[in-house]
Design a binder for this molecule. Structure first.
Ligand code: SF4
Ligand code: ZN
Length: 324
């Protein structure tokens, strides 16, 4: 067989955008490293523009975990800070998960040092008297084990603490590292559980309401795999190991399901995300044309935080754990 070097070279994949040699093979196109990085950055800037996430007067508190998503988010916020001019600090919640959180915390500290961003850490142990591991051991009743799964306790405590600490740090925005896959998963989970009210509340940005620090999700247009790749190309410190509790979570199962469908039908994840964004727009427009009832959340009688009942969910769980 005759080999023609020039022909072989021609057959090498070329970047879809600039026609240089492609180094990155995505499921929908091949890109060179430079165009790939530009594409990720453009999507993050587009999310900011589409949802007016960042303002010069903001003090942005970036919730970081030591993982790839929040590493990329903090890196990009730092770049955008130079152009827009807002204040930026990072916040890490230490749940107290042995063999996991300490490694992630170390990476988060390295990242903040590298990017010269001030980091505040707050723990479940300090705020709720028990680390997550301790709380899980204290669930003796079978009913509590079913009702209070690791991710349920973790999610409620983390949300509560993030808002409280962001407010204490005088944050005007709380940025979280949810990527496109996370958002599609949450949308699907809400549908599967018929949680329509949650679906309404789950938003790319959450408006300021009473004591809630508005949340923003700058990575909402970027798929998980591309974030991991970007973090590696930028040499950002991040921890790859997964939380030992993630396997028992409903989200983990939805993630596996979505990945298996995506493997057969390319573009499914993107379509779910688009459906969510379209539906969200319709809900928003409808809300704007309807007279809004005044939003007045109750204050938890135990901790003083916003609550939909006289005792907030975090205090209910805290009490349950202490009486188990
Ligand atoms: Fe918390 Fe569950 Fe995430 Fe682990 S997987 S950090 S327990 S929410
Ligand atoms: Zn409370």
């Amino acid at each position: 067989m005759k080999l023609n070097l020039e022909e072989l070279k021609e057959a090498e994949p070329k970047c879809f955008k600039c026609k240089r040699d492609a180094e990155i093979k995505l499921s929908y196109c091949d890109l060179c490293s430079r165009c790939f990085q530009e594409q990720v950055e453009k999507r993050i800037r587009k999310a900011n523009r589409d949802f007016q996430m960042l303002d010069r007067k903001d003090k942005v508190i970036a919730a970081i975990s030591g993982g790839k998503d929040s590493a990329v988010m903090l890196y990009m916020l730092k770049q955008m800070q130079d152009r827009i001019g807002f204040e930026l600090e990072a916040l890490l919640i230490d749940e107290g998960i042995a063999g996991y959180r300490s490694f992630c915390k170390q990476k988060a500290e390295e990242l903040c040092q590298k990017l010269e961003v001030k980091l505040t850490t707050s723990s479940f142990k300090d705020a709720f008297d028990n680390s997550l591991d301790e709380a899980l051991k204290k669930r003796t009743k079978e009913s509590d084990k079913t009702e209070l799964k690791a991710c349920t306790i973790c999610g409620v405590f983390r949300k509560h603490l993030l808002n409280k600490k962001a407010r204490e740090l005088n944050g005007t925005k709380l940025a979280t590292g949810h990527n496109a896959d996370d958002i599609a998963q949450t949308f699907l989970m809400n549908l599967m559980r018929s949680e329509v009210e949650r679906l309404k509340r789950f938003s790319p940005t959450m408006d300021e309401k009473d004591d809630f620090v508005p949340r923003i999700k700058p990575l909402l247009y970027v798929p998980e795999k591309e974030i991991a790749l970007y973090a590696m190309l930028k040499n950002l410190p991040f921890e790859l190991r997964e939380c030992p509790n993630s396997k028992e979570s409903f989200r983990g199962e939805v993630k596996d399901f979505m990945n298996s469908v995506e493997a057969k039908y390319l573009g499914i994840k993107f379509n779910i995300l688009q459906s969510y964004l379209k539906l969200h727009k319709i809900i928003k427009e409808k809300e704007e044309t309807e007279a809004k009832p005044a939003f007045s959340p109750l204050k938890c009688e135990k901790c003083g935080e916003n609550s939909s009942a006289t005792t907030c969910k975090a205090c209910q769980i805290k009490d349950k754990i202490s009486t188990s």
